[in-house]
Write a protein that binds this ligand. Structure first.
Ligand SMILES: [Zn+2]
Length: 175
């Protein structure tokens, strides 16, 4: 069973819930499906399309939440799943300033990297290698990161995340 993106009444991305729960919101007239998943839930009485994206009818006030948790999934999402040094698919996390040299485990010092670059770089700094990072790493911000930080992915969600902090961080163009 898949998951669905929940949008606030204002279209601001809110959270990710199991598709079945999103369907219950629609059936109870609490939300409208704005994007179908293409999957159908069969019950004894009927076949109902499962939503991929729903929008709540009533505005929900979102409590303030401190920054995006620093997880491997969130780092990969921020860096677009690519090695920040060479652009190859990333499969490891690197500390730009190595921990052995006092580098911190913070958003400003961790990046997605491929194993090869990570291995070549070892405990050196990028200035010693003549390397550069494509974009200076920083903590992602914006409502889209409530979703991206979870590491869950559905390409149908992306149009609803654009403009809410996603493109500013990954450097992807806004359509
Ligand atoms: Zn690399």
């Amino acid at each position: 069973m898949g998951h669905a993106l929940v949008l606030n009444a204002t279209y601001e991305p809110l959270c990710v819930v199991p598709s079945r729960r999103a369907l219950v919101l629609v059936l109870n007239h609490k939300a409208t499906s704005v994007e179908d998943s293409g999957s159908v839930l069969h019950s004894a009485a009927a076949a109902v399309p499962l939503p991929a994206v729903v929008r709540l009818h009533r505005y929900v006030r979102v409590p303030y939440r401190a920054g995006v948790p620093l997880t491997r999934r969130a780092i990969f999402a921020r860096d677009g799943g690519r090695c920040v040094y060479c652009g190859a698919p990333a499969n490891s996390v690197d500390h730009v300033i190595p921990r052995s040299r006092g580098g911190q485990h913070t958003w400003e010092n961790v990046v997605a990297a491929c194993r090869r670059c990570n291995h070549v770089k070892s405990d050196r700094e990028i200035s010693e290698l003549g390397w550069a990072v494509r974009v200076a790493p920083r903590q992602p911000s914006g409502p889209a990161w409530r979703i991206l930080g979870t590491g869950r992915h559905d390409p149908r969600w992306l149009p609803y995340l654009t403009g809410y902090g996603r493109d500013a961080v990954t450097g992807e163009a806004t359509a």
